[in-house]
Design a protein around this ligand. Structure first.
Ligand code: ARG
Ligand code: ZN
Length: 873
């Protein structure tokens, strides 16, 4: 069943050109394919032709115009074999498929009234018989035939070359894509869509038409995506020298979509949640997310499409690099320190948890059962961290030369991670062989650091030890090459001290390289006792422990020249206090607030901060999920109680300060999703959360006023969340009703309405989930709804999902069992919280495992089977 990396062989036959004709019908779409095939030059003659195909009804098959006899080919559940074929030939097939019955949302399916496709990774085999693998690259010519009224718009990749009327009220459009591509980049869209159009002139003067296609009611929600697209196109020209290569670039918004978006050549298809925005319906975070995803998909045109992956084990080749590119773009467009803080705090919460769980895998896995299970935080985000380390190791200039070399040398090819890193090696002259282990070794490296200052010799001795814990299939790990960016902050001066290592002076902010299990670094001429600021900017995706005292952390929080590490010092300080409070809660001891945290916050609040967005992050306590990640055994109730206690203590001690910040950052200015406004709003809303934490009259009044003012979705949603998550149902209910009625017509806003309710800490949350599953706006067939209701409950409502009676687990398992039939990809994702049972007490472990067993007893899709199997191994 599993596919192994070591088994890779080039295909026996390659396709040079693909002609497709779709005659659309919900129950019986006909797909005619003419493939121009030839033997792969590296493979022997006389091999049979094997094509992938699933859920296809074959209607006709011919080679070079000659229909095949039944004994000349064989059909199986997953494909078609033709026993004998010539060296070069044309294969014609015709199949029938049923888009309306496709609830997996892979291949050709219907979303509302429209037709759309999702082919990555292996969806094309549900459209026609084909070598469905990324190392087969062909030019495509696609004719789409539809009903002229129901499907006035017929789109595919490339440029439209012909259109016309047909009998019976039908019409057609033919598209040609001149760039050879693997079939996972194929796309088709048909329906009653409207477009917003703009233009872009590339650096070499090519005129590109930009179109965003949406349902008519969403025409007012495309401005931000369009502006983001143009910014991304300019950025890729200026930063990577990459230019767009077709006459048009299209984006389509669809409501039913398994993930965020897809980079199909010239015809990106987006989950409507990842492209539509309006100040009244989308939050600042949503605006920023849309900007990032539009850029991400656009950047794939080079990192993914022009140069693609040889096989799916190389997925991080395109995803890690492209996430790194979109992160840098967003950092350049918004506040760079905040972007880094957001990315890292998400990473340390969610990717670390993945790396520590039963589905841990390397950035380049060596086997899989179902590739869609590998669109993970490890492949994407850890992959991006590794590319970021590469950029830092070789420096931007060599990295850019390496990138140019990569795109030039491999243009139009399907390549491997070695090809990419090899270009970086050549461009920099550095030996990256040890660095390559980052791609093959799973798990989060842990570094134990110790430091000693020697007054007499003015030396600072830093000892670093690395160890990567065992992960499934990988008991033993080798030492990695880990770049540690650091500074030594003088305790007297509060400044970064000059760094001298082995007689070489390195400036005040330098990178040291940990390559052994253990290494000692002796800094000389250190004129005062320092506090080390380690792994600045999260210079490597590791857990770094250093025995900081609380004074050290308060000192770094006030003095570190690296904004990221200032924030991190605050998080570490809060964690020390939280640890004490968690212990107190468990031991039934009275909780006492650490005054150092209060004073650190007081200082933060009194400073005139130039970066309000960073300040807002610094005032935000670690999330319950992050705190849980730090505990040996997760006690959800103790974590919730401890965090609530810290929040309330800070709110009581610093009430006036929070009020002043709140007032100073209020604004009546018309909404714009611009960095300065976003920063002020987030600071104001953090202050409001504290003011509401003790639920006194004034706090409640402020929140209600913000809700009623209805100024923009960021503020309204924040106020609604504070009301709904408070202990006061008399505040929650009227607000929920008002919001729900006002937005009943807007599915993306209703998603937010669902999430806010099911993440409330009150004990009725689980009953609410059940109740809302019957709501007319809810549907298990729509992935956004499943994520908004079930995903939010199981992933974010920790106290209620982990109810001691196991009802949370049972609910999730019931949903997984149903989704296993409807949409296996979503089922295999939504199950994640159940797979993390190892982290909980025995009673909960038993309940979680029992639900996993109940799921395993079903007839499972490969997707769910693979995850459950690992979770119970
Ligand atoms: N390549 C897409 C992106 O990252 C995601 C495709 C995910 N495919 C899937 N079956 N989950 O932009
Ligand atoms: Zn991607």
């Amino acid at each position: 069943k599993p596919t192994y990396l070591r088994d890779y062989r080039p295909p026996a036959y390659r396709v040079t050109h693909t002609e497709l004709t779709f005659d659309l019908d919900p129950a019986a779409t006909r797909v005619k394919a003419r493939l121009h095939l030839e033997r792969h030059p590296e493979r022997e003659s006389g091999l049979p032709l094997t094509l992938d195909g699933e859920r296809l009804v074959l209607k006709a098959i011919a080679i070079d115009g000659q229909p095949l006899e039944e004994d000349e080919y064989a059909l199986t559940e997953d494909g078609l074999t033709v026993h004998r074929v010539p060296e070069r030939f044309l294969l014609d097939t015709e199949v029938e498929i049923a888009p309306e019955a496709n609830t997996a949302l892979e291949g050709l399916y219907q979303s509302g009234g429209m037709y759309c496709t999702q082919c990555e990774a292996e969806g094309f085999r549900r459209i026609t018989y084909y070598p469905d693998r990324p190392d087969v690259m062909a030019t495509f010519a696609t004719t789409v035939i539809g009903d002229a009224k129901r499907e006035p718009v017929l789109l595919s990749n490339g440029n439209p070359v012909e259109r016309g009327e047909l009998p019976g009220g039908r019409h057609f459009v033919t598209w040609e894509d001149p760039h050879p591509k693997p079939c996972y980049l194929f796309a088709l869209v048909a329906g009653d869509l409207e477009k917003v159009e703009d233009r872009f002139t590339t650096m070499s003067g090519r005129e590109v038409t930009l179109q965003i296609w949406v349902e008519a009611e969403n025409l007012g929600k495309t401005d931000h995506a369009m502006a983001s697209l143009k910014r991304a196109m300019t950025w890729d020209e200026q930063t990577y020298g990459r230019e767009y290569d077709l006459d048009r670039f299209m984006i389509v918004a669809v409501n039913d979509f398994n993930m965020g978006a897809m980079e199909n050549k010239g015809l990106n298809i987006f989950n409507s949640a990842a492209v539509l925005t309006h100040p009244h319906t989308a939050t600042d975070a949503a605006f920023q997310r849309v900007e990032g995803i539009v850029a991400h998909e656009y950047f794939h045109n080079w990192s993914g499409n022009r140069v693609t992956c040889r096989d799916w084990f190389q997925l991080s080749l395109k995803e890690g690099f492209t996430v790194f590119r979109d992160q840098c773009f967003s950092a350049d467009t918004n506040s760079a320190p905040v972007k880094r803080i957001e990315d890292v705090s998400f990473f340390r919460t969610a990717q670390f948890a993945e790396d520590a769980g039963p589905t841990a895998h390397p950035i380049r896995p060596d086997h899989y059962i179902e590739i869609t299970n590998f669109y993970t935080l490890t492949i994407y985000e850890k992959g991006a961290e590794v590319v970021r380390m590469l950029r830092n190791l070789v420096g931007w200039e060599a990295f850019r030369r390496g990138s140019d070399r990569y795109f030039e040398r491999f243009d139009g090819q399907a390549v491997t991670i070695e090809d990419f890193v090899g270009c970086m090696e050549e461009a920099s002259g550095q030996d990256l062989s040890q660095f390559m282990r980052w791609y093959s070794q799973a798990g989060t490296p842990e570094i134990d650091a110790h430091g000693e200052y020697d007054y007499a010799n003015a030396e600072y001795r830093l000892i670093l030890r690395q160890r990567t814990p065992a992960t499934p299939d990988q008991p033993d790990k080798l030492p990695l090459h880990i770049p540690i960016r650091l500074g030594l902050v003088g305790t007297k001066s509060g400044r970064d001290l000059p760094l001298t290592l082995d007689g070489e002076s390195l400036g005040t902010d330098a990178v040291i390289h940990l390559r052994e299990d253990e290494q000692e670094f002796v800094f000389t001429e250190v004129s005062e006792a320092p506090v080390p600021s380690l792994a600045r900017g999260f210079s490597a995706p590791v857990k770094l422990r250093f025995p900081y005292g609380r004074e050290d952390l308060a000192f770094l929080l006030a003095n570190d020249s690296d904004g990221f590490n200032r924030w991190d010092a605050g998080q570490r300080l809060a964690m020390l206090a939280l640890d004490d409070l968690i212990a107190a809660h468990r031991n039934g001891v009275e909780k006492v607030m650490d005054s150092r945290v209060v004073e650190a916050f007081r200082t933060l609040l009194s400073q005139d901060s130039d970066d309000k967005a960073v300040l807002a992050e610094m005032l935000t306590l670690p999330s319950e999920a992050y705190i849980a990640e730090q505990q040996p055994l997760v006690d959800v109730d103790a974590i919730h109680a401890a965090r609530t206690f810290v929040k309330q203590s800070l709110a009581m001690a610093l009430r006036d300060e929070f009020l002043a910040v709140f007032e100073a950052n209020r604004s009546e200015a018309p909404y714009a999703p611009e960095p300065e406004q976003i920063a002020a709003r987030s600071l104001k809303n953090v202050a409001l959360s504290y003011l509401m934490a003790i639920e006194d009259e004034e706090g409640i009044e402020l929140v209600q006023r913000q809700f009623a003012a209805d100024h923009n979705m960021t503020d309204v949603r924040h106020a609604l969340t504070l009301l709904v998550h408070s202990s006061r149902d008399d505040l929650a209910e009227p607000a929920l009703r008002r919001f729900g009625e006002k937005w009943a017509h807007d599915p993306l806003v209703m998603d937010q309405w669902f999430s806010i309710q099911v993440t409330r800490p009150q004990p009725d949350a689980l009953e609410r989930v059940k109740f809302l599953m019957e709501h007319p706006a809810f549907s298990l067939k729509n992935p956004n709804k499943v994520r908004a209701l079930i995903g939010a409950f199981a992933g974010q409502n920790r106290v209620n999902f982990h109810r001691a009676d196991g009802e949370g687990y049972r609910l999730l398992a019931d949903v997984v069992i149903e989704l296993n039939r409807l949409n296996p990809e979503i089922a295999a994702r939504i199950i994640t919280p159940l797979t993390r049972w190892q982290r909980f007490d025995e009673a909960r472990q038993a309940l979680m495992k029992a639900e996993l067993e109940r799921i395993r007893a079903e007839e499972l899709s490969p997707n769910v089977y693979e995850v459950v199997q690992k979770a119970l191994a």
